[in-house]
Every structure is written in structure tokens, then in C-alpha cells.
Write a protein that binds this ligand. Sequence first.
Ligand SMILES: [Zn+2]
Length: 294
Amino acid sequence: MRVGRRLLPPSARHKLKSSLTRLPPPPSWAHGRVVVLCYHSVHPTKHFSSATPELFAQQITWLKNNCRLIRFSEALHQTRVSQKDDVPFVAVTFDDGYADNYDFALPVLRTHEVPATFFLTVGLIEREPRVVERFRQQRAGTYEDVEPLTWDQVLRMREAGMEFGTHTWSHPNLAGLDDESAAVELARPKEVLEQRLGETVTTFAYPYGKPRRHFTSETMRMAADAGYEHGASVTFRALRKGDDALAIPRFYSTRDSLTQLESKIGGSTDLLGVWQERAPMWLARLVSPEDFTY
Ligand SMILES: [Zn+2]
């Protein structure tokens, strides 16, 4: 809370508040929608951050004013009980496990009492050199840029009401691994995280996250065998009642303005998700070559 206050002087907060009242709530046809957002880093200067702390505070404030914030693990169930006149339901998630989540996201989440879910790359939290190096290379940054949360911070975040899942041990493309290696990447982080938290862990996010590119029905079966009940993917659409609990779609948050955020919550970009799921792979490769890098 202290960090959020320091970053947002009273004049800026006043300006923000008045600008928020000008942005309309999601359209009524968005009511009852269930949307999961995927953040990575929240930081003032990192080139790959999902939002600056100021923008993150604006987004969470708008979400609190216009939607109901729920836990990721409740999202699929919510699609089955939502009424048409309910406001949209939104779950906030974070991938990878960067230390900036503690420094810059947690104060905002605490202030607004948002129960976010953090998917940890457990080999990164353990500071295994090859895993740290992989993140440094993939994010084209310094060690400070990819500095992970400490276990002590993880425990304090849990005390503040946050939820934790795994994001593999070393952040590979699971669809590109042999079965034995994929099974280890699913089971090992679960075991370590459960020891650290002293509780069963049943949520998980696929690295890179795109269906058919980074996980397959075989990967989902292996995740179920490892004991996971909810799997987070990256598919740009809202949840549907019939979605598989091990392939729950999420939107990336990419420094979205409030208008862009509103269009994700409202549904005007859902066709992108349908494209990601259904486009022939040869066409997807041409249109989004970045999805085939790992
Ligand atoms: Zn990741």
C-alpha cells in the first residue's frame, strides 16, 4: 500500500479518478462474461512489463468499479452459475514469478482486495542458474530484469490472500518435450511448491500458453495425471461453460489502455481467440511466427 501511495501523488490520483468516471462501463451484453487476464511484470521501466504501476492501478480500479474480481480457480465454475444481468467476472493472474510482482502489483492488489493468482516458474524462484539464464536471454534483459520472487515474499503474498500455482520448473515449450521430460516439468515444481506452502497445489499455467503450439491434448492428460485440476492457457477470449478445466483461456495484458481493457472484457476482441484455436497451423505460422519461436 505504501509503494502505491508513493508512486501516485494526490494530484495524479485526482486526475485518474476523474478520468475513470469518463470511461463507460462494459456494455450490457458483456454481462455474465467470465474473463481471465494474464500479466507478467509490473514495473515502471522494464521494456517487457505488462503495465507500469500507475497503469496497473488504473486498470484494477476500473475493474473493481465495473466487474466482480474472482479467483482463477473459481472462473470456470462461474460460467456455469452466472446470470445474464450479472456484471462481468474477471480473474487476475501473473506468470513467471518476478520480484516486481511483490514490489509493484501486490500493493495495488491489497488496496483493492483483489485475490490474484501467481503461476511460478519454480526453477526460477529456486534461482537455478540455467533457468535464470534462459529468462535473461528470452526477455533480452539483465539479471535484475528477471529477478524472481523470494520464497519469503511468496509466503507474505499468500498471507495477503494471493493464490499460487505452478508454471513448470524451467519454462520449456511442453509440446516440444518427450513425455518423460514433460512429466518432470509438471511434477517437480508442484512437489516443491507444495512443500513451501504446506498445501496441495492444483493450478498450473502452460509456458507460452497457446493451444496446439505450446500444449496439446496429450499435455493436458499429463497435467491431469500430475494432479492439476485447472490449467491456464493463452487464448484471447472469455471462458465458455463447456471449456476444459485444463485449457482455461486468458487474455495477455500488454500495457492496455482502459479502452483496450474494456474491449477485452466487453468481448469485441474474442474472435482472435477463436482464430488462435481454429486457424490451420500453416496459416497461424505465417500470421504469428512469434508463437513458433519456442
Ligand atoms: Zn511464462
